[in-house]
Design a protein around this ligand. Structure first.
Ligand SMILES: N[C@@H](CCC(=O)N[C@@H](CS)C(=O)NCC(=O)O)C(=O)O
Length: 224
């Protein structure tokens, strides 16, 4: 007995449960990594707002993704979930280098991408939840942060000549960037426009892969 609460514990169940909708770039990123790793899961496409009460027992933050392990332990935060999945598949199969400069580089790209996703989600919530009372200071800040990251990622992706950031094989940074680009394009089309050809090509390459084509959901923002 180690004190951890395991709300999803069920003797009968031996499969993980991924909570969250695929219009979230964070949930989609985790689901695609699981598919690429060949890890089966049950999907609960619960909405963070409409189904908050269902999510709460697993994650009091009422956020997604939340991954319920087969022993009922609930993992939160996409980076932590992926860290666990990497552990499950082992270093040979993991979609990131085990250590060193290459790992740091890819974690940085993924952090820029997920940070961009955070700002895109904030900006979307501001638009749909605060409607005519949007705070201009916050809106402008989010837009500047989003454009700043897109410009940097564009420059860095253009400098990488291999099919993926990590070379010939797709890695976590590639998936994170592609999921966040799709979300940004749907939520804020004026921000992800023709100024980013290398990122557009990256997005198209990833979106053509079967897991990306199968694990997808058009954006359905919360209604205020
Ligand atoms: N840092 C989190 C971000 C996840 C996130 O922002 N999820 C959104 C959906 S896209 C959410 O749960 N929003 C509801 C809320 O934050 O209250 C992660 O990487 O898992």
């Amino acid at each position: 007995m180690d004190g951890r609460v395991k709300p999803g514990h069920d003797e009968q169940r031996e499969i993980m449960i991924l909570i969250g909708q695929y219009d979230s770039p964070f949930v989609r990123r985790v689901a695609i990594a699981m598919r690429l790793y060949g890890i089966g899961f049950e999907h609960r496409p619960w909405s963070t707002f409409g189904d908050a009460g269902k999510i709460a027992p697993y994650n009091p933050l009422r956020r997604v993704p939340t991954l319920v392990l087969d022993d009922g332990e609930a993992l939160i935060e996409s980076a932590m979930i992926l860290d666990h999945l990497d552990d499950v598949v082992g270093p040979e199969k993991a979609m990131i280098a085990r250590s060193g400069e290459t790992r740091r580089w890819h974690l940085r790209i993924a952090a820029l991408a997920t940070g961009l996703g955070d700002k895109g989600v904030s900006l979307l919530y501001e638009r749909v939840l605060r409607k005519d009372k949007q705070l201009e200071l916050w809106v402008e800040r989010c837009k500047t942060q989003i454009s700043g990251v897109l410009e940097l990622l564009e420059k860095e992706r253009a400098a990488v000549k291999t099919p993926y950031w990590s070379g010939e094989k797709i890695g976590h940074a590639d998936v994170a960037v592609a999921c966040v680009l799709r979300f940004t394009g749907e939520a804020h089309p004026a921000l992800f426009d023709t100024r980013y050809p290398a990122l557009k090509a990256h997005s198209e390459r990833c979106e053509a892969l079967t897991p990306f084509r199968e694990i997808v959901q058009p954006l359905a923002p919360p209604k205020g």
